[in-house]
Design a protein around this ligand. Structure first.
Ligand code: LLP
Length: 384
């Protein structure tokens, strides 16, 4: 059992499931703090921006803001979440490959810094914007194809050869160039990919001159060598005489959260299935990226293997394949999918008119509800 990855004890998980029902996202405040500490220890005085797409729950955002972390936002809704929790413009980044007029407008109103993703944006940015230029380093990286963003064929960033002319265009249009940005992908397995990408960007020093900021994005896998990545990032920032910024999402929240689900039953066709009350609508990552979330069963028995299937009428609605579980799990027994605090609740959906799950936080002495379970009436309210 991968117990070292458990942010909550078995009795805590039983208590949460009994009290709030399943499927349920349960988080540990202590592990949220511990993750931020690990990042701060590795990255020293680098400025941190939480990529709120990983988990935009207001409780998470308020904790990040209180710890002095800024926000990377990629939609009008995310910008409005930042405003909602009282974030000021100097702690907001406006990012995205296809920003809307409303996003430019609200970003400008806040005085946020924009991350420019293509040359065309020079003319779209509000007057006198503060800007980082996102560089596409043109590198293959070790992750699922859908999660790779720094490859030549990906839709993100300005090509290395075009960075000089984009900087010139920004300056002559009266914008304030703060520096460069890169983000090569997410859940990257090989830490060497970061060093390679940072090195490519550092090679632009002759074109850019000194810069105020180098923002190296996020993308660190949960077992990543953070001190190693941070050391390479610091070296690259030093080349520009720049302050180092980073934008972790997953790393800050993944390990704090578990998805609690109950066994519904069993079935054998060509394969053995354990049926659960959670599936693709609660945790899409296995279906979308083939992600393998560690599983912790809260019953005992001799080890056996089974596929974990959700309740959706879709064959791909599996949370795990050939998962080792104790034999004899009964209807109602509890199971936790680990490392689910990032891109879990955030990507849950109401497909099949399923209510998105509640989210609760263990603060060391009690639970608080961070998001109540949706009611069916809310799901069709906009249609009446
Ligand atoms: N900065 C930028 C510009 C990004 O696009 C992202 C993530 C991050 C930072 C944070 O990356 P992280 O540290 O979380 O890897 N839904 C996918 C992940 C998509 C990430 C998109 N961009 C998943 O479930 O794995």
């Amino acid at each position: 059992m991968p117990d070292e990855r458990l942010p909550l004890t078995d009795p805590q998980m039983h208590q949460a499931a009994d009290r709030f029902g399943t499927p349920l996202y349960a988080y540990s405040a202590a592990e949220l703090d511990a993750a931020l500490n690990r990042v701060r220890t590795a990255f020293g005085d680098a400025r941190l921006w939480y990529a709120m797409k990983a988990n935009p729950n207001l409780t998470v955002l308020r904790r990040m803001a209180a710890a002095g972390v800024g926000f990377e936002c990629v939609s009008l809704g995310e910008l409005r979440r930042a405003v909602k929790i009282g974030a000021q413009g100097d702690s907001v980044l406006v990012n995205g490959p296809a920003k809307s007029d409303e996003e430019y407008r609200l970003g400008a109103e806040l005085g946020a810094t924009f991350i420019l993703d293509r040359a065309e944006e020079v003319a779209l940015l509000p007057p006198a914007s503060r800007v980082l230029v996102r560089v596409n380093p043109g590198l293959e990286v070790s992750t699922h194809d859908h999660l790779a963003t720094g490859a030549e064929r990906s839709k993100f960033g300005v090509r290395i050869g075009e960075v000089g002319s984009v900087l010139e265009a920004l300056r002559s249009a009266g914008h304030h160039v703060r520096g460069l940005h890169l983000h090569i992908g997410s859940a990257i397995r090989d830490a060497g990919d970061f060093g390679a990408a940072f090195g490519r960007v550092a090679g632009l020093r002759d074109v850019t001159g000194e810069l105020e900021v180098l923002d190296v994005g996020g993308g660190w896998g949960l077992d990543a060598d953070l001190p190693g990545i941070a050391a390479r990032a610091r070296e690259a920032a030093a080349v520009f005489g720049a302050q180092l910024w980073a934008e972790p999402g997953r790393y800050l929240v993944a390990r704090s959260g578990v998805l609690l689900t109950r066994v519904v039953g069993h079935k054998a066709t060509g394969r053995d299935f354990t049926l659960l009350d959670a599936g693709m609508t609660e945790l899409l990552r296995p279906m979308l990226y083939g992600a393998e979330h560690p599983v912790h069963a809260l019953w005992t028995g001799a080890p056996t293997t089974s596929d974990l299937a959700g309740p959706a009428c879709e064959s791909g609605d599996l949370l795990g394949r050939d998962v080792t579980l104790p034999a004899g799990g009964k209807r109602g027994d509890l199971l936790a999918l680990l490392d689910a605090g990032a891109y879990g609740a955030a990507m849950s959906s109401s497909y099949l008119t399923r209510s998105r799950p509640a989210e609760v936080l263990w603060d060391g002495s009690d639970w608080t509800v961070m998001r109540r379970r949706e009611m069916a009436e809310e799901l069709w309210a906009a249609e009446e």
